[in-house]
Design a binder for this molecule. Structure first.
Ligand code: ADP
Length: 188
C-alpha cells in the first residue's frame, strides 16, 4: 500500500503512523524526522533547514523534494507512508511525477482533522514533555497559519483525484486508529 497521511501540526500523525506501519508493514517516511536528524548531525541540509524550522516556516520545496525523491527511489515496490510530505501543491506535483516515472500510484490520502485550539493545547502539553524547538506558542501558531495557507489546499488537490479520506482526529487514540483502519483496509 502507498499512502499519504497529512493534517495540521499536532494532529497525531506520528502516533497513528506508528500504528499504520505496524499493521500494514509500510515504510514510514517522515520529512520532519529526516530534517530533525539532519539538524542534529549538522549536515548542509540540516543547517539550512534549521532556520526555517525554528520559525515554523516550511523548508524550501527543492530541499524536501530532493529528500523524498531519494527515499522513494530506494524502495522498489515496497509500500510506503508519507508523513509531512507533500506540504505544498508544488511538492504534490513533484511527487506525482516522481511516482509516475517509476510507474507507481498512490492508493489513498488520509487527512487527520483536528481544530486549531485543540492543536495548540496538545502541542503546549507536548512541549512540557519533549521540548521540541518549534513547539513554543507563537511558533505553533505560525505553523498553523502556514498549514492553512500552504498545506490545506492539498485537500482539494487530492479530493479531485478521488484519493482523499477525511478522518476525525479527536477522541481516544485507539478509536482514531480504528477510523483510519476502516479506510485503509479497503486498499490492503
Ligand atoms: P508537524 O507535523 O508537527 O508540523 P513535522 O515534524 O512534520 O511537524 O515538521 C517539522 C518542521 O519541518 C516543519 O514545521 C517544517 O519546517 C519542516 N518540514 C517538514 N516537512 C516539510 C515539507 N514537506 N516541506 C517543507 N518543510 C517541511
Amino acid at each position: 500500500m502507498k499512502l499519504i497521511i497529512f493534517g495540521p501540526p499536532g494532529a497525531g500523525k506520528g502516533t497513528q503512523a506508528a500504528f499504520i506501519k505496524e499493521k500494514y508493514n509500510v515504510e514510514h517516511i517522515s520529512t520532519g524526522d529526516v530534517l530533525r536528524e539532519a539538524v542534529k548531525n549538522e549536515t548542509e541540509v540540516g543547517l539550512l533547514a534549521k532556520s526555517y524550522m525554528d520559525k515554523g516556516e516550511l523548508v524550501p520545496d527543492e530541499v524536501v523534494i530532493e529528500i523524498i525523491n531519494q527515499k522513494i527511489s530506494g524502495l522498489g515496490d515496497k509500500g510506503f507512508m508519507l508523513d509531512g510530505f507533500p506540504r505544498t501543491i508544488k511538492q504534490a506535483e513533484a511527487l506525482d511525477s516522481a511516482l509516475s516515472n517509476q510507474n507507481l500510484n498512490l492508493d489513498t490520502v488520509v487527512l487527520l482533522e483536528v481544530d486549531d485550539e485543540e492543536v495548540v493545547q496538545r502541542i503546549m502539553k507536548r512541549q512540557q514533555i519533549e521540548s521540541r524547538d518549534d513547539d513554543s506558542e507563537d511558533v505553533v501558531r505560525n505553523r498553523l497559519k502556514v498549514y492553512r495557507e500552504q498545506t490545506s489546499p492539498l485537500k482539494d488537490y487530492y479530493s479531485k483525484k478521488g484519493l482523499l479520506h477525511v478522518v476525525e482526529g479527536v477522541g481516544e487514540v485507539s478509536d482514531i486508529s480504528k477510523r483510519i483502519d476502516n479506510v485503509l483496509k479497503q486498499f490492503d
